[in-house]
Design a protein around this ligand. Structure first.
Ligand code: XIL
Length: 395
């Protein structure tokens, strides 16, 4: 008797999950249990988009392609919409790889996060060298940036949901001078920080409907609110941009975490997202991954605790996002350990030393991290978790 009661209560819960999800039960058939549903399907009930960065070359691998196509409702080009790829030779745009990416998204009915218009990295050599040797003047540089934004945003007009307009524009506590966070990088050095407002206005001119985002890392939680609190600096920047009627619609927290630093609770993430939302902007988690400092000897004893800590961080980010109704997408920066950028990047201890950062292993098997965010999506609901609110571009 007791067993039957528990069982049928379980079935009712599972049936409730299927309602409003994208996998409704056919008449007479048992609904799919949540662990058999995709992230995309489970997120629909919350009107949350779940995404991944796409490595266009990896789409040739059928397993990669299948997961990329089925698990996610939004995609970001990992590299092929960056300036060095789009305009390798001055004045000659090459849209080939970006269009391969766009075709994949279109065929799978996925919404696109455009990444990235203005950043200090992965700029074409003709641009950085031209500025360095003085053959490109500052006045000319401003015109080049304006044209680039106009060209790229117009090219993809109507096909991009969210644009990362400006990426990683401010310092961290460790590279700040004068004891305070400030602006950094190629564009601030050469044009001054006014390029940020200009860039949002130029992007808006070219596409009135796309949501325009500022995107950065290490802004996952507020600190002490003092001069070395990067999140506070970005908050003040966005507040000032909104006051000046600059068309900024969103803030993307990249959320590149590492288990070695312990990182944040779901409450800290939710607090950060809700504070930005109160400025009148949408938010998104745009490049989620959680690295592990790889142990010298990899055994169950050394690896299992890392994978569990990693799952905790992925879950804290998902719960925080679910808790804020303006958090509209949760994107992982690559979904499998085989293709993650962490395999070659140097985060301070040498290339590839902090890795195993994704939600699937290198054999495309779901890790604890996948199960954690899958469970968060399945078990969350009212009153604390409500569907996302519609977001409209600012004029
Ligand atoms: C990374 C890519 O994943 C790598 O393949 C590339 O070599 C370097 O850039 N922040 C960003 C992303 O905004 O564009 C970066 O992507 C990761 C950090």
């Amino acid at each position: 008797m007791r067993l039957r009661a528990t069982l049928s209560a379980g079935l009712v819960a599972v049936a409730a999950l299927a309602i409003g999800g994208s996998a409704p039960a056919l008449a007479g058939q048992a609904p799919r249990p949540p662990q058999a549903q995709t992230l995309k399907a489970l997120a629909e009930r919350h009107k949350l988009a779940v995404g991944t960065a796409i490595d266009v070359a990896a789409l040739a691998d059928p397993s990669y392609r299948r997961i990329a196509a089925t698990e996610f409702s939004t995609v970001t080009a990992e590299n092929v919409m960056k300036w060095e790829t789009l305009e390798p030779v001055r004045g000659q745009y090459d849209w080939t790889q970006a269009e391969q990416f766009m075709a994949f998204a279109a065929v799978n009915h996925q919404r696109v996060r455009g990444h990235v218009l203005v950043w200090s990295n992965q700029l074409p050599a003709w641009l950085t060298e031209g500025v360095a040797d003085g053959s490109i003047t500052r006045a000319e540089l401003r015109g080049l940036l304006r044209n680039h934004i106009h060209n790229v945003v117009s090219h993809f007009k109507g096909r991009v949901w969210q644009w990362d307009v400006v990426n990683e524009a401010v310092t961290d506590s460790w590279d700040s001078t004068g004891g305070q966070i400030g602006y950094k990088g190629f564009w601030a050095t050469n044009l001054g920080p006014g390029y940020i407002a200009d860039s949002f206005r130029w992007a808006r001119e070219a596409d009135p409907k796309a949501l325009l985002f500022y995107n950065d890392y290490n802004i996952d939680a507020f600190g002490d609110g003092g001069p070395l609190d990067k999140t506070q600096f970005v908050y003040d920047m966005v507040r000032d941009l909104r006051r000046a009627r600059v068309p900024i619609d969103g803030v993307g927290s990249q959320a590149h975490l590492s288990t070695r630093y312990g990182n944040y609770s779901a409450f800290q993430i939710a607090d950060m997202l809700n504070r930005f939302a109160r400025l009148g902007v949408a938010t998104a988690l745009t490049e989620v991954d959680v690295r592990n400092l790889l142990p010298e000897v990899q055994t169950g004893d050394t690896i299992n605790p890392l994978l569990q800590a990693q799952a905790y961080d992925y879950g804290a980010l998902m719960q925080g996002c679910l808790a804020s109704r303006h958090c509209i997408s949760y994107t992982v920066w690559g979904f499998d350990d085989g293709h993650s950028w962490t395999n070659t990047w140097d985060f301070g201890d040498g290339p590839g030393r902090e890795a195993m950062a994704a939600i699937y292993d290198a054999q495309y098997q779901p890790k604890h991290a996948y199960r954690a965010i899958q469970a968060d999506l399945a078990f969350a609901g009212p009153p604390l978790v409500q569907p996302r609110l519609p977001q409209r571009p600012h004029r």
